[in-house]
Every structure is written in structure tokens, then in C-alpha cells.
Design a protein around this ligand. Structure first.
Ligand SMILES: CC(C)(COP(=O)(O)OP(=O)(O)OC[C@H]1O[C@@H](n2cnc3c(N)ncnc32)[C@H](O)[C@@H]1OP(=O)(O)O)[C@@H](O)C(=O)NCCC(=O)NCCS
Length: 179
């Protein structure tokens, strides 16, 4: 991992008002390019975004999703754990820094560290995994920096604009994260 000091982030519970920022970020095609979202523009209406956030708050969609906040209390993105498999103690991670002005400054790394800490220590997971499109180089670089290891290629795993894209599956184990 990088030796630079990471900027501090706070992962807080979602609020229904987060829908406004979320909707705005989802209008940015550079932000959504690699996200698993419907092939239409905008991907969701403001009302759909609110409904989704409501489901996350109520924990009725299987997601533990949190808002990423800077130390100065700027709302900059979201991060989640889903597909939580209690039997085998693993879950899937997803992250988006929606405000592009915060890209490439260590905020994604910092948010992932917090979420991994939560997943391994609070949820008692043994493994946290993710799927990332093979051409999302920036994200892959960040995941490797945190310590995610490549597990393999999921062939033609995402239908993106009429084209099937391979996704890379990566994971990090509890003992790897803690060491
Ligand atoms: C992928 C994504 C989450 C990465 O988050 P990010 O905040 O932009 O990136 P990171 O926190 O990993 O930052 C790492 C970069 O910041 C730089 N950096 C600057 N200050 C730093 C610091 N204090 N500590 C560590 N890195 C720092 C690093 O050198 C690195 O730059 P480099 O890749 O040019 O070498 C973000 O770009 C994003 O949301 N993209 C769109 C949605 C998406 O694709 N999500 C993933 C779907 S699988």
C-alpha cells in the first residue's frame, strides 16, 4: 500500500436527502461508465434513486450501503457490502466516488479501508470480494493497492451498451487485511 497519509473519511448511514447528490452523480457518464446500471440515460430518475436509498436505509434489499463523507463533511460517494453470505462468511464490495473532484486523492482507498475494517471486524467476514470490468484500470489499480488479489476472469459478465464485457473477480482475506 501507498506510504502517503490517506485523507480521513467517515462512513455514515444513508439519509433520504442523499438522493439529490446520488441522482446528480448518476447523470455523469464518466462516473457511471463502469457501474452495473441500466443501459439508458439517466440510469435512474430522482424518485427511483430515493426509493433505492429508502430500501438501503430499511435494509430491505440486502445492501449495507453507506455514504462517504470527508472530514469537512462533504458527501462524496457511496460504498457497500452486498451478497452477504453468512454461512461462508464473505460479501461483495462496491464503491463509487461520485464527485469527480475527489478522484485520485486517496479517498477511495480510505473509504475501502474503513469498509473492510467494518466487514472483517463487525460482520465477522473472512473474505471480501468484488467484480470489476477489465477496462476499469483506475479501479483495479486502487483495489491492488489495498491488497485485493485477482481470483479470475468472469467471461462476458456485463452487458454494457450492447457489448459483453469481461469482469475481473478480486478478493482480500481477513488475515491479509489485518497483517
Ligand atoms: C475507482 C474509484 C472508486 C477509485 O477511487 P479514487 O478516490 O479515485 O482513487 P484512490 O483513492 O484509489 O486514489 C488513488 C490515487 O490517488 C493518489 N493519491 C493522492 N493522494 C493520495 C494519498 N494521500 N494516499 C493515497 N493515494 C493518494 C494515488 O497516487 C493514486 O493515483 P494513481 O492511481 O494515479 O497512482 C473512483 O475512481 C470511482 O468512483 N470511479 C467511478 C466508479 C467506479 O468505477 N467504481 C468502481 C466500480 S468496480
Amino acid at each position: 500500500m501507498t506510504k502517503k497519509t490517506l485523507p480521513k473519511v467517515i462512513l455514515r448511514e444513508l439519509k433520504i436527502e442523499d438522493a439529490e447528490d446520488r441522482y446528480k452523480w448518476c447523470l455523469d457518464k464518466e462516473v457511471t461508465k463502469h457501474l452495473n446500471m441500466p443501459d439508458k440515460y439517466p440510469p435512474f430518475s430522482l424518485e427511483e434513486t430515493k426509493q433505492w436509498i429508502r430500501m438501503c436505509i430499511e435494509r430491505s434489499n440486502g445492501y449495507i450501503q453507506k455514504a462517504i463523507m470527508t472530514e469537512q463533511e462533504n458527501h462524496i460517494g457511496w460504498i457497500d457490502l452486498k451478497n452477504i453470505d453468512k454461512l461462508n462468511q464473505h460479501a461483495e464490495l462496491g464503491i463509487t466516488i461520485g464527485d469527480q473532484t475527489y478522484w485520485g486523492k486517496g479517498y477511495g482507498l480510505s473509504a475501502m479501508k474503513e469498509m473492510l475494517h467494518f466487514g472483517f471486524n463487525e460482520l465477522k467476514l473472512n473474505k471480501i470480494w468484488l467484480r470489476v470490468e477489465v477496462d476499469n484500470e483506475k479501479a483495479i489499480k486502487s483495489y491492488k493497492r489495498i491488497g485485493f488479489i485477482e481470483e479470475g476472469i468472469l467471461r462476458q459478465d456485463r452487458l454494457r451498451n450492447t457489448e459483453f464485457i469481461d469482469r475481473l473477480r478480486m478478493s482480500i482475506l481477513k488475515h491479509e487485511f489485518l497483517s
